[in-house]
Design a protein around this ligand. Structure first.
Ligand code: NDP
Length: 309
């Protein structure tokens, strides 16, 4: 038997879509994805989600959203979609373990993953001084030095944002020229709190056994020289990639792989997208949740029209 609504992903977009479609008695099935709860699961404290004056833990917020969806009858399934067929109806979603699910609508909320450098020490310290989101974590670094890795617009934006809190912001870039747009590059270069370290890449993130970042060892890619930069926060801003591999060839994606959606409607009627998977700009929990709500309402309208006609 075919499902009415399958939601792919269980971050704020997926879970908000689940709350709304469950309340609309559409009995959504949520396929939780590789990281149940999504990117917020690695954020210790969220201070900018409205309604929590004292902040809320990322995992606690996602747990609460899940319980809220379950209360209205949403069902959850572990695993992740590896392929889809939107050329037929009901649509087909195939999971990693081979399970094939037929469904009348799909809400894609598979999110985006920050790209990391891939250093072992970096992976160990994610959430303990290593972050990929200055807006989320910047305020924890008041009056201490921090570094941003990358030379694109995101790195510039993060560095500029961090100047509000940090005593000094280093930008570590692997070349001698920024990739960022001129306007962003100029803002960074003219900010007295920011120092750009050219031709360099982090070699190791240092924690002196306390599980907390105390510095980063840099390698100059031209001379091979290394040196230690004492910082308490390291922000990786070398790009994000949307999790859209399972939808390639099925719906329209932009040149960077993000789903092209208008008010959450994708190029295939009945397939909706919410959250970071269709948003390279805002990437906030609250905007993801908002678009999850929109996708749920759109799916409800689509199903009404489908069953009327
Ligand atoms: P980009 O791909 O533009 O930049 C990534 C940066 O990270 C580059 O400088 C790149 O170096 C560096 N980098 C990549 N991999 C590594 C690595 N392994 N080690 C060290 N450095 C690395 O990504 P962004 O997220 O900055 O931007 C994505 C898109 O979003 C862009 O089109 C950007 O213009 C847009 N954007 C616009 C904003 C705005 O207008 N306000 C704000 C944020 C993003 P290299 O330069 O050598 O390749």
């Amino acid at each position: 038997m075919s499902e009415k609504v399958v939601i792919l992903g269980s971050g704020p977009a997926g879970l908000t879509a689940a709350v709304y479609t469950a309340r609309a008695r559409l009995e959504p099935l949520v396929v939780e994805g590789l990281v149940p709860g999504g990117q917020l699961m690695t954020t210790l404290d969220i201070e900018n989600f409205p309604g929590f004056p004292d902040g809320v833990g990322g995992a606690a917020l996602m747990d609460a959203m899940k319980k809220q969806a379950e209360r209205f009858g949403a069902r959850f399934k572990g695993g992740r979609a590896v392929s889809t067929n939107f050329g037929r109806h009901p649509f087909l979603v195939v999971l990693e373990d081979g399970t094939a699910i037929e469904t009348e609508t799909v809400i894609i909320a598979t999110g985006a993953s920050a790209r990391y450098l891939g250093l072992e020490s970096e992976q160990k310290l994610i959430g303990k001084g290593v972050s990929a989101c200055a807006v989320c974590d910047g305020a924890f670094y008041r009056d201490v030095p921090v570094a941003v890795v990358g030379g694109g617009d995101t790195a510039c934006e993060e560095a500029l944002f961090l100047t509000r809190f940090a005593s000094r912001v280093y930008m570590i870039h692997r070349r001698d020229q920024l990739r960022a747009s001129n306007i962003m590059a100029e803002r960074v270069k003219s900010n007295e709190k920011i120092e750009i370290i050219w031709d360099s890449v982090p070699d190791e993130v240092l924690d002196v056994a306390q599980g907390k970042v105390v510095g980063v060892r840099l390698k100059n890619v031209k001379t091979g020289e290394t040196r230690v930069l004492p910082v308490e926060g390291l922000f990786i801003a070398i790009g994000h990639h949307p999790n859209t591999e399972a939808f390639r060839g099925q719906i329209e994606l932009d040149e960077r792989g993000y789903i092209i959606a208008k008010n959450t409607r994708t190029s295939v009627e009945g397939v909706f997208a919410a959250g970071d998977v269709q948003d390279p700009v805002y990437r906030q929990a609250v905007t993801a949740a908002g678009s999850g709500c929109m996708a749920a309402i759109e799916a409800e309208h689509y199903l009404e029209a489908l069953h009327k006609g």
